[in-house]
Design a protein around this ligand. Sequence first.
Ligand SMILES: *[C@@H]1O[C@H](CO)[C@@H](O)[C@H](O)[C@H]1NC(C)=O
Ligand SMILES: *[C@@H]1O[C@H](CO)[C@@H](O)[C@H](O)[C@H]1NC(C)=O
Ligand SMILES: *[C@@H]1O[C@H](CO)[C@@H](O)[C@H](O)[C@H]1NC(C)=O
Length: 410
Amino acid sequence: MLRRLNFYSICFAFGLSVLLILAGTKYTDNINYHPPPETRKTIRNYLKIEDGDDNLAQPIPTNPYDGLPNIDKIIEKTRNKIRIELLNYNFTISGVSNLEDLLMESGGTPLRSLIVSTWRSGSTFFGELLNAMPGNYYHYEPFLWYDIIQIRGPPYSYKALKFMKNLMKCNHEGMSEYFEFGKGHLHAFSHNTRLWDHCKYNKELCFDPDFTTKICRLFPFQSMKVVRVRLRLIEELLEDKELNLKVVLLIRDPRGVMQSRQHRSFCQPSPDCWSPELVCADMISDYVAASRFMEKYPNRLMALRYEELALNPNATAHKVFKFLRLDVTPSVEEFLHTHTTTEVAGVSSTFRVSNAVPFKWKTSLLFNYVDEVQTACKEAMSLWGYKMVHNASQMASKDFYPIEPYTITQ
Ligand SMILES: *[C@@H]1O[C@H](CO)[C@@H](O)[C@H](O)[C@H]1NC(C)=O
Ligand SMILES: *[C@@H]1O[C@H](CO)[C@@H](O)[C@H](O)[C@H]1NC(C)=O
Ligand SMILES: *[C@@H]1O[C@H](CO)[C@@H](O)[C@H](O)[C@H]1NC(C)=O
């Protein structure tokens, strides 16, 4: 009896081992199993959905068998995507009670933010930070086609301001220069990730004012950055009640600006970019405009030094978002985390938080050149709280801290 039981147990154990071995083989097979491309795509779709993303990121059909992209369908999907992404958004912070209040198609007014800066002053990072907001439409630097010039007044300012208004109001008709330039320079559109999601598969969509107007109107948050328009001219936009615009002026130490521009070949041929006299005259003009606007348009302008953002990104970002009436969403926190703890390679995207970045000029510029910049920039530097350095040894010293508090007098 006992022996028979033993026999059955042995059979059972043996059977179980065989099963386990079989299962193991199957499992090993699975590891080495390469799904055909179609299946792999499905797996990725599945993961995407798991991530809380819907399948909007999927290619819009562009091959001839699929026909032309269905614009109505793209618009409908985008509308739903925005709604889903903002389900947990705290609209009270944005001064409204619900999403509709911020949607043009429901008769609402989007929250519009404009970054006014100049080349190599941290505006790329700052622009991307704002674009980390779900539901944001990013009008990236619309004046690339002007090349390397500063717009300080007529005649360029007429068209520049008209285009800025058109873009912000999602009315993209009559802007052929903007769209023509973009055809040869896709980066003019690719920074607008929520537009690029669609036109990277079908470039014509980017150049189709009818489509861009339609898609733009879906977004509750609209941001723009300009590096070629001086603050004084922005008054026309602040006067425009329909825009309800908030402006952030981003300033940087001219010594850091000039150091950073040395590595950009586009800069040297252009006096607007390369001459410290012009760069610092713009800084003075921006200061004068900023102090006037702060009085005349309370709570519509914030001035920010790049160094504050670079040295203290989290606290500064929170301050800026509060000013812009934007809730700091998990996606924004994630952006801050990933972009301020590691260096991201590539032109205009390098951003690492350490004293080394904003103050790199101290070790990489010759004192003679710094002295030249300071001579041209004395007034601008004193207005914006940048301390002069008096000789090479002071410049090399760790004890020399180039920034100090400043006030914008009204
Ligand atoms: C939304 O923000 C307001 C204002 O900051 C705050 O009083 C409220 O508690 C927030 N609501 C939620 C659900 O977090
Ligand atoms: C970022 O700053 C905010 C506000 O100052 C603070 O509440 C938050 O804890 C900070 N986050 C990190 C990761 O330091
Ligand atoms: C450099 O400038 C500092 C601050 O003005 C001064 O204290 C120091 O004596 C100067 N050094 C030389 C070598 O001139």
